[in-house]
Write a protein that binds this ligand. Structure first.
Ligand SMILES: [Zn+2]
Length: 191
């Protein structure tokens, strides 16, 4: 992945410290490249400049990787599962957050993810690594660093979109444990 550990600002499609009103759609195309460096967005030509076309996004959905507490995997591993094992075109999530809080870019934001049946088109999928105990039962294993990164990411995405993207857990849309807690309780202060 072409994301410097801990360097949120370098993550795909996200740049912190914008002036008010800075919108993702106004970002130059070079900011919308995948980790592998290939262009991701459809671009529209405006006055000789190419601008990415962003899809309509209304919500953020939190997931877990359903891996054991303490098992430190990364977005590349999940991408492998999704592409090689499941035959998808790319990793299903837009972001992954490692145990130490490192934020990794997944599927480009302009493309719908593959993380929540029926609600992929207008959502952003964020996956924290973990979510299971030793016996693979659901457990909220989110580390303080992961929670900090999650909150920072949510805050930043809302700033970029300039609207209150609503916050949900996968288990609100499916009879699954993912992300192994109730988002409405754990993140009640920023719903
Ligand atoms: Zn999920």
């Amino acid at each position: 992945m072409n994301v410097v550990p801990g360097s949120f600002a370098k993550c795909v499609g996200i740049k912190l410290g914008w002036e008010p009103g800075y919108r993702l759609i106004e970002m130059p195309p070079r900011r919308l490249k995948t980790a592998s460096g290939s262009p991701t967005a459809k671009h529209k030509n405006q006055g000789g400049k190419l601008y990415p076309v962003m899809r309509e996004i209304n919500r953020i959905i939190i997931h877990c990787s359903a891996t054991r507490e303490g098992q430190d995997i990364d977005a590349a591993t999940i991408k492998k599962w999704h592409t090689e094992d499941r035959g998808w075109s790319d990793i299903g999530y837009h972001y992954c957050i490692k145990l130490d809080g490192t934020l990794e870019a997944g599927r480009p934001l302009d493309r719908a993810g593959a993380h929540v049946k029926g609600h992929n088109s207008d959502s952003i999928g964020i996956c924290y690594i973990g979510g299971c105990d030793e016996d693979m039962n659901p457990k909220d294993t989110m580390t303080p660093a992961q929670e900090h990164a999650m909150r920072e990411l949510i805050f930043s995405l809302r700033m970029v979109w300039d609207k209150e993207l609503t916050l949900h857990g996968h288990n609100e849309y499916a009879s699954k444990a993912c992300p192994s807690f109730k988002v409405s309780e754990k993140f009640a202060d920023i719903l």
